[in-house]
Structure formats: C-alpha cells, structure tokens
Write a protein that binds this ligand. Structure first.
Ligand code: SF4
Length: 77
C-alpha cells in the first residue's frame, strides 16, 4: 500500500473527505500502527506515516488518536 501524498490530500479535501495527519511530534511508539495498520505504518526513520485509503471512516483512527501519547495524530480535511 502506498503512502498518502500531498496530491492525494488535496483531492480528499476537495471531496470533503477527512483524513488523519501525523505531525512532527511523533516518537514512533507504534501505538497507532498496532491499532490501525491499514491506516498507519512506520517509515524508515521509525515514525508514523499515513497510508493511502479511499476513506478513513471506520478504520479505528479515533482510537489511534486517543492512544497516541504525544497527540501527534489529528483529522484534516
Ligand atoms: S501513536 Fe503517536 S507517537 Fe506513537 S507512532 Fe503513532 S503517531 Fe507516533
């Protein structure tokens, strides 16, 4: 599965589809990937990144947001 690109983010925003975003405070604890590995994965630096999905609803994103110890994940769009 590929990662969410800026171009794809723009398309989602235009379609009013919200998507999760991980900011620079991620410490790579893996909580989000353990909860929703269809949405999140760790990159080569061990930090969480968002995968490409047609929709992020019913993908446990809210649970991942709640579990993140540094509040690095938020909804965008
Ligand atoms: S739960 Fe938060 S800190 Fe942990 S890997 Fe995911 S985004 Fe990073």
């Amino acid at each position: 599965m590929s990662l969410l690109t800026d171009e794809q983010r723009n398309k989602l925003q235009k379609a009013w589809i919200r998507y999760p975003d991980v900011n620079e405070t991620c410490i790579g604890c893996s909580a989000c990937t353990a909860i929703s590995d269809d949405v999140f994965e760790l990159d080569d630096e061990g930090l969480s990144v968002v995968k490409t999905c047609s929709s992020y609803e019913d993908m446990d994103v809210d649970d991942a947001i709640a579990a993140c110890p540094v509040d690095a994940i938020s909804w965008k769009g």
